[in-house]
Design a protein around this ligand. Structure first.
Ligand code: ATP
Length: 273
């Protein structure tokens, strides 16, 4: 089923106000919004638009969210696919999907094409993994490179990609005319955590005793996704306790739960390696 892979072509309803913190990253993608809103303004003067923007940072820090918000702000379609979809695919399928995706995107320009986990197709070629899957990955990567070279970004197709492993990316991806812009997205600091908690706790019925600053100080190392999860766990905890509002104690207990979950995940990861 072709359509499902692209997360369909979606009209993104996400905007910058849904993305808490990340001021610098937002300022940088603001430029992309301007390009997409009015490509001619830039090309009239003879300049070439950037093609690719790479968002680099740990899991759950809002890279996908920011890419969607960029599309939402520019009011353009958002096409997405994830590199991990290609990992176990039959020969030729990955490359065909990439070709298809770009074909659709060019028809709908201006638009954003988002490739999540680009490292799973874009790692340095010719090393590791068994032969067959490696070949397929290389085909997919080569197709992506040739698509990026083959179109003129003046029409306004901007490719955004996300990775948490920039160190293993094939250097061909980072050449000028490909992903030549990189934006770092780090885990949030105290202030950032407060802002993210603010966005996600707005959806909850909160007691007025809730102090987001205290909660932010109790959650060092939490990424945005962990904080979103925390808000949800706190609400579930309060519901289980038959409360009408979510209280500090529910958040506190939820923090313990989320921390325990994160520790378990880390253990599993280190066992894998
Ligand atoms: P991955 O690398 O795992 O794909 P990611 O960096 O793309 O992660 P997202 O998928 O954008 O992370 O984030 C997951 C969820 O976490 C978002 O849908 C949102 O609910 C929440 N979130 C993460 N960062 C932020 C943020 N800065 N502001 C608000 N919500 C955030």
């Amino acid at each position: 089923n072709k359509a499902s892979l692209y997360d369909k072509q979606t009209e993104s309803k996400v905007s910058f106000k849904d993305v808490a913190g990340l001021q610098e990253a937002k300022a940088e993608v603001e430029e992309v919004v301007e390009f997409l809103s009015n490509p001619q303004k830039f090309t009239n003067l003879g300049g070439t638009l950037p093609k690719g923007v790479l968002l680099v940072g740990p899991p759950g820090t809002g890279k996908t969210l920011l890419a969607k918000a960029t599309a939402g702000e520019a009011d353009v379609p958002f096409f997405s696919l994830s590199g991990s979809d290609f990992v176990e695919m039959f020969v030729g399928v990955g490359a065909a999907r990439v070709r298809d995706l770009f074909k659709q995107a060019k028809e709908k320009a201006p638009c954003i094409v988002f490739i999540d986990e680009i490292d799973s197709i874009g790692r340095t070629r010719g090393r590791g993994m068994q032969m067959s899957s490696n070949d397929e990955r290389e085909n997919t990567l080569n197709q992506l490179l040739s698509e990026m070279d083959g179109f003129n970004s003046d029409k306004g197709v901007i490719i955004m990609a996300a990775t948490n492993r920039p160190d293993i990316l094939d250097s061909a991806l980072l050449r000028p005319g490909r992903f030549d812009r990189q934006i770092m997205i780090d885990k949030p600091d105290l202030n950032g955590r407060m802002q993210i908690l603010d966005v996600h706790s707005k959806k909850l019925k909160l007691s007025d005793q809730i102090d987001l600053k205290v909660l932010a100080s109790q959650t060092p190392g939490f990424a945005g996704a962990d904080l979103a999860n925390l808000c949800n766990e706190a609400a579930l905890m309060a519901a289980r306790r038959d409360k009408k509002q979510v209280e500090m104690i529910d958040f506190q207990d939820a923090i313990e739960r989320v921390v325990a979950g994160l520790e378990k995940k880390n253990k599993l990861i280190s066992k894998d390696e």
